[in-house]
Design a protein around this ligand. Structure first.
Ligand code: DAK
Length: 260
């Protein structure tokens, strides 16, 4: 697959997706969002085991400094609604991926960039990362769900503070607020993300994807998360991996899960 705005590497079941517009601080134009969707299709169609996906930004400065501002003045109401809906659909696909997705935040994560990171399951930040939702400075509301996901991560009060003031915060503050899972030295960022995915990769794949599904169900008004958990529990109980997990525990050995 030929991409213009991103790159995708398969590192043996761990995929590394890198936003490749460093001169524009990896700003997300529509073509980039389409390529993110295509990359996700490629990973979903993989026949081999997928341990997880890391998304990051190229260059030393930014994960993504927001949506690409240069296209905004031409959009108008119809264009704005259409783009927002389509972008939300793509980001929601990352959130619903049946394997763990980690945002490796290597620098600025602003506006749409932070919204992309918030659609990932985990966020690991470099100590150089900076976060913010500066939309109101530009005469906008967020378009890729910051008003919905940010309160879920940090609570309504702190979310409103960041959205209303447009203040940019550092990695240690983002950690304090619960926006990122961990802050690591810049040089160790990808290594740490791979470590986490390898840890998860040793666990039962069906249990992992069902946990992601059930936690997402908690936030979906059309789903009963409690009932989803009951169903997932039953499904895992009937799996070969449950047999293997329990046998391995009794026999004091490492389990070899097969994902069914
Ligand atoms: N879009 C396009 N280009 C950008 C950009 C962006 N968001 N951010 C930076 N760049 C470009 C700059 O224009 C500059 O390009 P040249 O002038 O060299 O050609 C280059 O990246 C380097 O930027 P700076 O020279 O400004 O670098 P500094 O280190 O001085 O400053 C900065 C870094 C991140 C503080 C600064 O670049 C900055 O404030 N950038 C803008 C941040 C921002 O406001 N981002 C947008 C947030 S609003 C929607 C969907 C989503 C959204 C909205 C609607 N619908 C679908 C309708 C989301 C909106 C947002 O993301």
């Amino acid at each position: 697959m030929d991409y213009k705005n991103i790159s995708l590497e398969d590192e043996g079941g761990i995929y590394l997706l890198t936003l490749q517009r460093p001169k524009a601080l990896n700003a997300l134009n529509w073509e980039t969002i389409e390529e993110l969707n295509m990359a996700l299709n490629v990973i979903m169609e993989s026949k081999a085991k997928v341990k997880g996906l890391i998304v990051t930004g190229s260059g030393d400065k930014a994960f993504a400094a927001g949506a690409d501002l240069k296209h905004f003045p031409d959009l108008g109401y119809e264009g704005g609604v259409k783009l927002s809906r389509q972008g939300n659909e793509v980001f929601s696909r990352f959130e619903k991926a049946p394997f763990p997705v980690i945002a490796a935040i290597n620098g600025f994560a602003l506006g749409g960039g932070l919204e992309f990171a918030m659609a990932c399951h985990l966020r690991i930040a470099s100590d150089r990362a900076r976060f913010g939702q500066p939309e109101a400075k530009l005469g906008l509301t967020p378009g890729y769900a910051a008003t919905q996901r940010l309160p879920r991560y940090i609570g309504k009060s702190q979310a409103l503070y960041l959205l209303l003031t447009c203040e940019m915060i550092k990695a240690d503050r983002a950690f304090q607020l619960g926006l990122v899972n961990e802050v690591v030295e810049h040089e160790r960022l990808l290594e740490r993300c791979r470590e986490i995915l390898n840890t998860i990769g040793d666990l039962a794949p069906m249990a992992i994807s069902e946990i992601i599904r059930c936690v997402n169900a908690y936030y979906d008004p059309n789903m009963d998360g409690f009932e989803e958990e009951v169903q997932s529990f039953g499904k895992c109980m009937a799996s070969e991996d449950l047999q293997e997990g329990v046998n391995a525990f009794v026999e004091k050995r490492k389990p070899g899960f097969i994902g069914r």
